[in-house]
Design a protein around this ligand. Structure first.
Ligand code: PLP
Length: 382
């Protein structure tokens, strides 16, 4: 990624920089690869990044939205996404969130429990509406990813267990203000080995056959998101391998007649187009270490502190071919976990230099907090 450093002059750090062109190219690849297969529909999981300009670009590319809160449904509608392309998941939907989505006539609720189904039915009844729902199934598939972002194991709180599915599908059909549309799955995030998606396809096929044998009609299958991005080599792999990803589903998931297959991609859409840009405040000599102290901290980008994630660190103002040194790169916050990298080899770094934390487009700005009464970082889309 080439950083337009001249255009960063005068912008208050830290801020998130988004490369518009890379985002548009990524969306082009998604659209091209999904269009190879009949019935494939892609939603953007907005929880990864809700920057208004980013959302506008995603909407212009024609993707739908996947939301996990009423606030996200509002943000999507405000950004201009048609309600007919909005789906809404989440284990704990509050009544006001359900009402908001019913009023907007969203495409589908991805329902995660029997009591939620009853509440949606009741609230829809009060409005004289019929809510379209898919049942989120916990397929007990191991995504082999960090345990904080594994969601499809039976020990996780998400979805309906497979042994209860049949009963809840019957129940859904008995409710007058519910229209049963299909099945929903989401097994986790940052998945780079595609085998778990093959496992998911096999489970979906089995469940479909079992339900079809009982005469249950399934119009849509939604396989969620989870495709990862290459945090270690953002320049070699600026766009995730969507061709292989969609091909897995085309080859392994048996779609019945007129069925739609929906995807909800978050991280893989926006991860590589973003970087957190920060200024070096001090270079401090420790006893055994040299520290680069940034003006960005875990309140701006929490992934390293939360899941021991690593974002590549680049000094984007020092000459790249000059002498190098080893540093621990840290933030200003009063927590030892506020560390972005240990023993990072960087060009000799000085106060005032600009540093980029790469691959920060997903789960970066959106997870920023006011901890230590710090400001939420702004964004710059160029
Ligand atoms: C978070 C989430 C996604 C997106 O996951 P990514 O790993 O960012 O692709 C999709 N669907 C649901 C239900 C989610 O909760």
């Amino acid at each position: 990624m080439k950083f337009p450093v001249e255009q960063f002059q005068g912008v208050r750090t830290p801020f998130y920089y988004y490369d518009r062109k890379l985002l548009e190219q990524t969306l082009d690849v998604i659209n091209r690869e999904a269009a190879r297969y009949a019935g494939f529909h892609v939603h953007y999981a907005v929880k990864a990044n809700v920057d208004p300009t980013v959302l506008g670009i995603v909407n212009a590319a024609g993707l739908g939205c996947d939301c996990v809160s009423g606030g996200e449904v509002e943000v999507c509608l405000k950004a201009g996404f048609p309600a007919s392309k909005v789906v809404f998941a989440g284990v704990g939907k509050a009544d006001w969130e359900i009402n908001l989505a019913l009023d907007a006539d969203i495409a589908c609720f991805n329902v995660e429990s029997a009591p939620e189904l009853d509440v949606i039915n009741e609230l829809a009844q009060a409005k004289g509406k019929v809510a379209r729902v898919a049942l989120r199934v916990n397929p007990n598939v191991d995504a082999h990813t960090h345990h904080y972002i594994t969601t499809g194991l039976s020990e996780n709180k998400f979805g309906i267990s497979m042994d209860m599915l049949d009963m809840i599908v019957q129940h859904a059909h008995s409710l007058p203000n519910i229209s049963f549309e299909g099945l929903h799955f989401h097994i986790g995030s940052q998945i780079l080995d595609l085998q778990p998606f093959v496992d998911l396809c096999n489970t979906v096929n089995r469940l479909q056959d079992e339900l079809a044998a009982k005469g249950v009609k399934i119009r849509t299958i939604n396989v969620g998101g989870g495709l990862g991005c290459d945090y270690e080599h953002p320049d070699e792999h600026p766009i995730p391998d969507f061709a292989s990803y969609f091909k897995i589903f085309a080859e392994h998931l048996v779609l019945h007649r007129d069925q739609e297959l929906h995807f909800e991609l978050g991280r893989s859409v926006v991860c590589q187009c973003g970087a957190l840009i920060s200024r070096v405040l001090y270079v401090k000599e420790g006893v055994k270490k040299k520290f680069v102290i940034l003006d960005a901290g875990m309140s701006d980008l929490i992934r390293p502190a939360l899941y021991e994630a690593h974002h590549n660190i680049e000094n984007i103002t020092a000459p790249a071919n000059g002498p190098k040194e080893k540093y621990d790169v840290v933030g200003p916050i009063c927590e030892s976990s506020d560390t972005f990298g240990k023993d990072e080899v960087l060009p000799v770094t000085r106060r005032g230099d600009l540093v980029a934390l790469r691959s920060a487009g997903a789960y970066g700005q959106i997870m920023a907090s006011n901890y230590n009464c710090r400001r939420i970082p702004s964004s710059l889309v160029l």
